[in-house]
Design a binder for this molecule. Structure first.
Ligand code: GDP
Ligand code: MG
Length: 237
């Protein structure tokens, strides 16, 4: 009797919310210290995330063939304004020696949504181009259909045709760089025009040419501001 009720309930869940349980493969990439690990923890835990120090930076060891071992994949439920989704991602480091892991992750898991986490370091120091390098690595690789090391034969085959469905560029640490005027701009839906994104415009046009839609938004991973909302909104594209 109760069994039937439970089964009935499960069936009802699948029929009404089926799509929310189909996990979306999300790839989170970006320069070291832009806030990828904090974002990963925000998806899992929510609330204020403790400050992460140098010893918390994400690193990966190599196997006997000299290929870095991928971290575990984790599943997270996100919701905003009544929309729910399950996302699957893993937390990869941002140092340049890990850039090829981003590409491998994208192709291996057929990532449909790429999130590039940037911060405001290029505004506080125009000589710092970490954020620009991270994005152009991805754009270059997609443009050339670059095949990373360490793929299985099947994934290698797929690599030549792979492209994500959308790319989201999330300007993190908004608690530090967003002022009143900018917040008003964000509320009106014009955050894409903010100067924090100016250095990326060339790469954004390149993505447009590849028919990959790009969404720009501001977040604060550490304080949990506009996280789930921006990601779910971006996925509608
Ligand atoms: N102010 C502020 N700091 C943040 C935010 N997100 C991350 N951080 C800090 O930025 C540093 C790097 O974060 P981490 O998540 O380790 O970056 P990762 O190297 O990209 O994984 C840490 O000191 C975090 O506490 C944010 O939204 N606001
Ligand atoms: Mg990290």
């Amino acid at each position: 009797m109760t069994g039937e009720i439970i089964l009935g309930h499960a069936l009802w869940q699948v029929l009404t919310h089926g799509h929310t349980f189909i996990p979306v493969s999300v790839g989170v990439y970006g320069a070291s210290e832009s806030g990828k690990t904090t974002l990963d923890q925000q998806f899992t835990t929510r609330g204020e995330i403790r400050h992460l120090d140098e010893e918390d930076r994400t690193h990966h060891s190599k196997n006997w063939r000299g290929i870095q071992t991928m971290p575990e994949i984790t599943r997270k439920r996100i919701k905003s304004n009544g929309i729910k989704k399950t996302i699957v991602s893993r937390d990869i480091g941002g140092h340049t020696e890990y850039h090829n892991m981003w590409l491998r992750d994208m192709i291996q898991r057929k990532v449909s949504t790429v999130i590039v986490v940037i911060d405001h370091r290029h505004m506080t120091n125009i000589k710092n181009i970490d954020n620009q390098l991270a994005l152009s690595y991805l754009v270059d690789s997609l443009g050339k259909n670059k095949v990373p090391k360490g793929l299985s034969f099947r994934a290698w085959w797929r690599a030549k045709k792979y492209a994500p469905k959308r790319i989201m560029i999330l300007a993190n640490k908004a608690d530090e760089w967003m002022d009143e005027e900018c917040h008003a701009q964000w509320e009106k839906g014009f955050i894409a025009r903010h100067k924090i994104f100016n250095v990326f415009r060339e790469d954004l046009y390149r993505l447009q040419k590849m028919n990959i839609p790009v969404v720009l938004d501001a977040i604060s991973a550490r304080y949990g501001w506009n996280i789930e909302n921006s990601v779910l909104k971006g996925m509608e594209l």
